[in-house]
Write a protein that binds this ligand. Structure first.
Ligand code: ARG
Length: 458
């Protein structure tokens, strides 16, 4: 069959080349956006007298019919059409005859595809943002519940200082809150309409771009038509923000895996978010958390692919840009799928407070507090640090802990020690004293949770 664009050539292409060129297999996902854009376009053409108001009405009714039939399943995509734009236009013309051919006046597929992808991504980003809010709300509730649950805090994956589990969770909440604001920033820059840029140079018709933009809930129009059709920064921003988000999810997933191992045993994931082994009966594997960590790689891949596709492109539209959609769709689907699993996984996990506390009690995690105690007695920090280190070495050599060490031993290292040392190195006291803003004390954690809840509007 000859192509819609037959004229300059006979419009007959090789079948394999046709398949290679086509994007309908994946851009059919934008049918709602494509039809919404065409409805706005028809309204604008009618309002401006480029077509008659009657014709605009006929086009809009025809488009509404196509949408309804696609939604009901009465109409199926024709995968021999090159792309979703060609499919809708061809179907419209088949239904309406000559008037259908008027829809594409003062428009090009170049500005049409830029419009469709913006509309789709705007909707998807709003859905992802709603999921991020849910995740934040679960983190806030958990952090509130565990504002005083003591666990070891790590640096270099070595026990460092006691922290609260609530404090730990709020660290991830802080990251996710930034992710949410990154999507909001990207959305604001993205929410300008490219339609009316036409093929590249604008148009000779008396169009009203602002009207079309308003019809489609954009904040305004893009200021340069060459940029309007060739800009994919909004894809890069979405993929970059998503890569950062996935980095955060991956770090959290890694710790869920680690903390649910026998070696840590700080948490247990609900059975619903684990799998068994086909051979080892004792196994409870955190497959879903591992997949979140693993899928991070494909999102990075989408981001790098998109940058690579764009980096050498001359202005304005080039067919290379058709490769944008699968990258964007894949990241949308991956991010949503990960969030759909992660949020309930967190909400349903069991926190093994006793084990966390036992781990915090070993490892001389209160050695800094021991040094600080001597500082309060008047010793310079560097000297106090040295004595605390020697006491830890003594405990290791004698297989004991700072809590169990007799006062006499303490006093053999410095006569500044008295009974008060035991209260000073008590884990709860260590944590409670770190009440600086953003610190680990239950009070500081509750303040962080409140700030987050305010931000979420709860
Ligand atoms: N399917 C194309 C894409 O996804 C639509 C734009 C085609 N424009 C063109 N001049 N061939 O990018």
């Amino acid at each position: 069959m000859a192509k819609m664009w037959a004229g300059r050539t006979d419009g007959v292409t090789d079948r394999v080349a046709d398949d290679f060129n086509a994007s309908i297999h994946f851009d059919c996902r934008m049918y709602r956006e494509d039809i919404a854009g065409s409805m706005a376009h028809a309204a604008m053409l009618g309002k401006q007298g480029i077509i008659t108001p009657k014709e605009a009405e006929i086009l809009r009714a025809g488009l509404a019919g196509i949408l309804a039939d696609l939604e009901s399943g009465a109409l199926a995509f024709d995968y021999t059409a090159e792309d979703i734009h060609m499919f809708v236009e061809a179907e419209l013309t088949a239904r309406l005859g000559e008037v259908g051919k008027k829809l594409h006046t003062a428009r090009s597929r170049n500005d049409q595809v830029a419009l469709d992808l913006r509309l789709l991504l705007r909707r998807e980003m709003d859905e992802i943002s709603a999921s991020l809010r849910e995740l934040l709300s679960v983190l806030a509730d958990l952090a509130e519940k565990h504002a005083a649950t003591i666990m070891p805090g790590y640096t270099h994956l070595q026990r460092a200082q006691p922290i609260t589990f609530g404090h730990y969770l709020m660290a991830y909440a802080s990251m996710i809150a930034r992710d949410l604001s990154r999507y909001a920033d990207a959305r604001a820059r993205m929410n300008l309409s490219p339609i009316g840029s036409c093929a590249l140079a604008g148009t000779t018709y008396d169009t009203d771009r602002a009207f079309e933009a308003r019809e489609l809930s954009f904040d305004g129009v893009m200021g340069n038509s060459l940029d309007g059709v060739s800009d994919r920064d909004f894809c890069l921003e979405f993929l970059s923000a998503s890569s950062i988000l996935m980095t955060h999810l991956s770090r959290l997933a890694e710790e869920l895996i680690l903390y649910s191992s026998w070696e840590f045993s700080f948490i247990e994931l609900s059975d619903a978010y684990t799998t068994g082994s086909s051979i080892m009966p004792q196994k409870k594997n955190s497959d879903m958390a591992e997949l979140i960590r693993g899928k991070t790689g494909r999102v990075f891949g989408d981001m790098v692919a998109m940058f690579t596709i764009l980096k050498g492109l001359p202005l304005a539209y080039n067919k290379d840009m058709q490769e944008d959609k699968e990258r964007v769709f894949d990241t949308v689907d991956t991010v949503k799928a990960c969030l759909d699993v992660l949020t309930p996984m967190l909400a349903t996990m069991t926190v093994k407070e006793k084990n966390m506390r036992a781990a915090a009690a070993g490892g001389f995690i209160n050695a800094t507090d021991l040094a600080d105690y001597l500082v309060t007695k008047g010793m310079p920090f560097r000297s106090a640090y040295k004595i605390a280190g020697e006491l830890v070495a003594y405990c290791i050599a004698n297989k004991t802990t700072l809590e169990e060490l007799p006062l006499a031993v303490y006093q053999s290292y410095s006569d500044l020690f008295d009974e008060g040392v035991f209260a000073a190195i008590d884990l709860d006291a260590c944590v409670e004293r770190r009440c600086s803003e953003g610190g680990t004390s239950p009070k500081s954690v509750r303040a962080q949770v409140n700030a987050l809840k305010n931000f979420l509007g709860e």
